[in-house]
Design a binder for this molecule. Structure first.
Ligand code: PNS
Length: 167
């Protein structure tokens, strides 16, 4: 049997906590799809194509990770590719309520299962939005993101700060 799973998210940008879950999933499944979900109402720091390109480069060494973007329902992404399982990391109890709601909604829609992986405690405080906030304010996030992401983050912040501010 060929086992597939998806690790979905916004990944704006991917950080070490995400990567830990993707790497662990890649040891459990034959193919792990990383789906970068497009949220048209949210303008990210990185375009969806930039996020996909970073994740592709960072996960290339795993050998069984396929990265794609998707606009629309996650259950449709899974159904179109015959993916029976969604793998999500749980950082803390505070994640659980919302994650359980999404898992139950997704199961009710198409029967796709969600498997929760406890986040490695080293990464349990990490979130893309906090990492961006700290980096924008000049804090060191080098221990929280892969080197490639650190470089892109630094470049993006420098580009933004060199743009003239609107009155
Ligand atoms: O990294 P995030 O923002 O916590 O990921 C949330 C994400 C993208 C996995 C979730 O919002 C999602 O699945 N969005 C796709 C649209 C969808 O299927 N919505 C119904 C969820 S029950």
């Amino acid at each position: 049997m060929f086992r597939r799973a998806v690790c979905p998210g916004s990944f704006d940008p991917i950080h070490n906590g995400h990567l830990d879950i993707i790497e662990r999933a890649s040891r459990l499944y034959d193919v792990v799809h990383v789906a970068v979900l497009v949220n048209p109402s949210k303008k990210g720091m990185f375009s969806v194509d930039e996020r996909v390109a970073m994740i592709e480069e960072i996960t290339a060494g795993y050998g069984n990770v396929k990265v794609e973007s998707h606009q629309g329902l996650l259950v449709d992404y899974c159904r179109d590719r015959d993916i029976p399982a969604i793998v999500k990391g749980l950082r803390a109890v505070s994640d659980f309520d919302y994650e359980l709601q999404m898992a139950q909604m997704n199961f009710g829609l198409t029967g796709v299962e969600t498997l929760f992986v406890p986040t490695n405690p080293t990464y349990s405080f990490q979130s893309s939005s906090l990492i961006k906030e700290v980096a924008i304010l000049g804090g060191d996030v080098s221990h929280l993101v892969p080197d490639l992401v650190l470089r892109r983050l630094t470049e993006r912040i420098a580009e933004r700060s060199s743009q003239p501010t609107k009155p």
